[in-house]
Design a protein around this ligand. Sequence first.
Ligand code: MTE
Ligand code: MO
Length: 489
Amino acid sequence: MKPAKAALTGLLALVAALAAGHLVAAFVGLSASPYLAVGNAAIDLTPSWLKEFAVTTFGTYDKLVLLTGMAVVLAGIAIAAGLASTRSPLPGSVTAVVLGLVGLAAVLSRPDIGQLSVLAPLASLAVGLYVFRYLHRETQDNESRRAFLITAGVAAAAGIAGQVFGSRTDVEGSRAAVGDLTPKTKAPEIPVNADFVKDGTPSFITSNKDFYRIDTALSVPRIRAEDWTLRVHGMVERPTVLTFDEIRRRDLVEETVTLTCVSNEVGGPYISTADFTGIRIGDVLREAGVKAGADQLFSTSDDGFTAGSPLDYVLERGLIAIAMNGEPLPAEHGFPARLVVPGLYGYISATKWVTDLNITTFAKEQGYWMPRGWATKAPIKTMSRIDRPKRQGRVQGRTVVAGTAWAQPRGVAKVEVRADGGPWQEAQLGADVSDSTWRMWRLELDLKPGSHTVECRATDKSGYTQDQARLDPVPDGATGWHSASFTVE
Ligand SMILES: Nc1nc2c(c(=O)[nH]1)N[C@H]1C(S)=C(S)[C@@H](COP(=O)(O)O)O[C@H]1N2
Ligand SMILES: [Mo]
């Protein structure tokens, strides 16, 4: 057999196997697709340092990079197996079975799969093995182009059909059908002097489309509001299950909240602000009757992510949010419902696609990120960021330095800026919207032409000034003053 044909035999068998698994998964839950399951398992097994690296290097493209990397590695293995099988089909058959078993193990390791899910990786295994042996036989004796073309065509059709059927849960339809979620208690109007967009700060409210996104989900969980329920159980007198309709019929409250990611680097982009609408977790839990001794609200998402939040704090501040900036939550931000706890980092509180609230203790349950080296309790650090001038930017005329600062739930009292290591000067602050949100700032400086470096530091309302020492985000948030070097012309 010619090497090119041998390689193609392996590659096509792989494509057929993945497509078959994807197609079956479309009917038993897309997270049972062996390809996605291996990717999701890889994410969960990735050491924190590598995840950090991936997020800092690829930003929100990290998942695309992972899926592409997997495709390249798998293709390499399949081609090698094909080439090793020019005489006997044994090496290729063994490879097909081994890869099939890896897919099966990955699917079985997923927390969000149903009982029928094993059918998807089993289909992959069977089809991979069958197609490889079929193509191998065809190429031995005759003109095999026909067999290759048919296989490629059927595999492509199966893969596309899987993608289409798998995404058929009509989330957008369900979102549209939700209709109006006007809160009974609206968040106060944002004053016009809350941001300095002209000077380069972000707008005070982040649009849903620009809101940062961080999660471990390779495919966004697709849940219709009418199918969704939230289970409340554990150390409560009266366990209960809430539906979307039951939540929306209650008195909805709206709050302006800045969400912050613990893995944000100094100067990083993982912070945004929105008006979230929902009901207070405290009301739900008080109705359920929290038992003495509980100290943790342990929330679980549809895709198995978990977060543990301090119960006392959540009882006071937590929201079950169903709307964001006046519309139902976007699918990527947790539709139909998520938790929002003003003043806590996202990883220990802001569970998207939330389906389960377990009232428990920190001694008993550990959230997703704890075994991966992140702190169980992490107050948001007092931080500030320069948004303009941009690093290595050029300034014409007077220099205006502008940015944002945050210290939820303490609130920002002061931001100072210094140029070239000189004396600290107090910046002008934007309106004080709430202690749960960021605060914008600006300062005009008279700088001579040439290169300059500015630094900023915030002081919160408890009197604490942010730390100069540079610390990495792991385990409980980065510290350090942000700086920007630029040229005045
Ligand atoms: N289901 C689920 N919810 C999650 C996460 C996740 O990985 N899965 N990540 C958390 C983290 S680390 C952050 S910072 C916030 C980000 O919320 P956003 O994507 O809406 O900005 O969601 C939190 N909720
Ligand atoms: Mo996060």
